[in-house]
Unconditional design. Structure first.
Length: 275
């Protein structure tokens, strides 16, 4: 039997890489990951893995102690963190996805590196099939205007791949994806739907508080009760888990056509007055 030259000891510094390894059946190669990886990939909790800092705060000593033959990281990076990764001397795969197409490429890249190219292609095809199916269902629906945010202070719009999912869900993304904006600017845009998916906040974004503090009570989305929280791991993790985020977005944008999604938390304590 020929020797397997693919990496056997992998350190993942980003949840998206961990999810992709799981999806292509190579989670058993993982020897260390971040504390955030378990949020999107609960299986890592069964493996008693070493916990290390992430792509933003990487530590060379931590990584080296795991004796990896491959380290996978992804944006956002700090220059210092990249230097720490390179200090270890291990092979380094650095990712920087922006669009859904980039995410497909990253899945293909990781699956190829670990010797699971066929499975990687299946994962990509499954994602594309799910997205196409939602697109077909929303093709003739009204295009509701949707603002999605990945952080609240400062207010930052969600990434370009989220804008792609919003389009698939039958919406039109408000603002420029991945950039900082203001509460006043979004109020002027007056979107039909608001979605908050804050990094690291899970489903705990305080929707009612945001409306009060930002002066959004008269916004169309709030008036019609269409302000939602989606767990950040379903929108901010550039991996196959985005499909769950897509279903949540579809239920937010077109609730009359899609069943309520358990991942969708709706504003409840702001008076709704139909305009």
């Amino acid at each position: 039997m020929p020797h397997d030259h693919t990496p056997q000891r992998i350190v993942s510094l980003q949840p998206s890489a961990t999810v992709i390894l799981s999806a292509v059946g190579r989670l058993n190669r993982l020897v260390a990951c971040t504390k955030y990886c378990a949020d999107v990939c609960p299986e890592v909790g069964d493996q008693k893995l070493t916990i290390v800092h992430d792509s933003w705060t990487a530590d060379a000593a931590q990584i080296a102690a795991a004796q990896p033959d491959l380290v996978i990281a992804s944006v956002p990076y700090q220059e210092k963190a990249v230097t720490e990764i390179l200090k270890t001397g291990a092979r380094f795969l650095g990712l920087a996805p922006k669009t859904l197409a980039d995410i497909y490429t990253d899945i293909a890249t990781i699956s190829g590196v670990v010797g699971a190219s066929d499975r990687g292609e299946e994962v990509i095809a499954d994602m594309q099939r799910e997205i196409a199916a939602i697109c077909d269902r929303t093709a003739c629906k009204p295009r509701r205007r949707v603002f999605c945010e990945e952080w609240g202070k400062p207010l930052i719009a969600s990434q370009p791949w989220v804008a792609g999912l919003v389009e698939a869900a039958g919406g039109t993304f408000v603002g420029k994806p991945g950039t900082q904006t203001t509460a006043e600017a979004i109020l002027r845009e007056d979107p039909d739907v608001l979605v908050a998916a804050w990094c690291g906040a899970g489903d705990r974004v305080p929707l009612e508080k945001l409306v009060r503090e930002r002066g959004w009570s008269e916004m169309r989305a709030v008036q019609h009760g269409r302000m939602y929280c989606i767990p950040d791991e379903f929108l901010n993790t550039p991996a196959p888990t985005l499909v769950r985020g897509l279903h949540a977005l579809a239920a937010a944008v077109h609730p009359e056509d899609f069943m309520h999604c358990p991942a969708l938390k709706r504003i409840t304590n702001v008076p709704v007055h139909v305009r």
